[in-house]
Design a protein around this ligand. Structure first.
Ligand SMILES: Cc1cc2nc3c(=O)[nH]c(=O)nc-3n(C[C@H](O)[C@H](O)[C@H](O)COP(=O)(O)OP(=O)(O)OC[C@H]3O[C@@H](n4cnc5c(N)ncnc54)[C@H](O)[C@@H]3O)c2cc1C
Length: 288
């Protein structure tokens, strides 16, 4: 099989032009999924468009209402950004569960999202944080909620010539925080059997005013479980509200049954992990 053409554009416009002009071209970020898939014969792109030479895509910017994380920022860099760690510890932790140090020095959250694995670790955390992405394409840019990018295992809503240029995470709400946990049979270097991300916002009395719960590896795509968030809002995260939230999570799950986990195991574990991430997020938010 011939090697694909390799392009290393300097600008977002050049990248979208190359992707549009080369049918079957794939963006390359860290390559920790793409290169592995090419070497195993699962993926044979016509051309590769390397995003890592585009200067603006390698930065984390702190804007008034959001953090902008360029599509070529490796996961390791996230934990070196003190402001991001302070506001979104769950997102940073999720991205830094991916693979090993060597993998994280290359791997990006945008690649994790666009690889469209239901088990991608950073995605439930991003969804819980209410993150969006900037999609660059031949007709300009559009902003899309993270949960609308994957449409099924290995499939995305990105059109011809489009790629994710930036991830935007809103500034943390006062009284808010987040968390992410996954269940794996080993201690590291494994794919989530189930993952859960949570963001909770508490007022001064400890009442939950907003909550977002997202589950990974429990359906064809990462799920934002809106009923789970609603079950917490207005409560003090008491046992009854948590039980209702867990029920909503388990009911939303539509997992596969495989050697790594049965349907029943994944549904039950999703609820338990959701309870634990809500508890961690509550503590981080300053609740008791
Ligand atoms: C040893 C090992 C361990 C791993 N462990 C984990 C783990 O624990 N958890 C986990 O979630 N993943 C894991 N992975 C998978 C992988 O490392 C992650 O999914 C990673 O975040 C992918 O990012 P990347 O930048 O390397 O993506 P790439 O490999 O460059 O790209 C992945 C896919 O997304 C597309 N793409 C990349 N960037 C963009 C963009 N900006 N816009 C549109 N499309 C784009 C590519 O064309 C490709 O189809 C592991 C991989 C390895 C090799």
């Amino acid at each position: 099989m011939p090697s694909p053409a390799y392009h290393a554009p300097d600008t977002v416009k050049e990248a979208t032009d190359l992707l549009a002009a080369n049918k079957g071209a794939k963006p390359l970020a860290g390559g920790t999924d793409l290169i592995v898939q090419m070497q195993s014969g699962r993926m044979a792109p016509a051309a590769i468009v390397d995003l890592k030479r585009i200067a603006g895509l390698k930065e984390i910017r702190e804007e008034a209402d959001h953090f902008a994380i360029g599509a070529a920022v490796p996961c390791t860099s996230l934990k070196n950004n003190a402001a991001l760690v302070a506001e979104w510890p769950g997102v940073v932790e999720a991205a830094n569960l991916i693979g090993s140090v060597q993998v994280r020095n290359r791997a990006t959250m945008a690649g994790n999202l666009c690889n469209a694995s239901p088990a991608a670790d950073s995605v439930p955390a991003l969804v819980a944080a209410g993150a969006s992405v900037v999609v660059a394409g031949p007709s300009g840019e559009r902003e899309v909620p993270v949960e609308q990018i994957p449409t099924g295992p290995g499939k995305t809503s990105l059109g011809d010539g489009e790629f994710v240029s930036e991830i935007r995470i809103p500034r943390k709400a006062k009284g808010g925080s987040d968390a992410y946990l996954r269940s794996i049979p080993r201690t590291e270097m494994d794919i989530a059997v189930v993952g859960a991300g949570a963001q909770v916002v508490l007022d001064e009395s400890g009442t939950c005013t907003a909550a977002r719960i997202a589950i990974g590896a429990a359906a064809p795509t990462v799920l934002l479980v809106e009923d789970a968030g609603k079950a917490l809002v207005g409560s003090k995260l008491d046992d009854a509200a948590i039980a209702k939230m867990m029920e909503a999570v388990s009911a939303a799950c539509n997992p596969i049954d495989d050697k790594r986990g049965t349907v029943a195991y994944r549904k039950a574990t999703a609820g338990v992990l959701a309870k634990r991430v809500v508890e961690i997020a509550r503590q981080r938010a300053g609740g008791n």
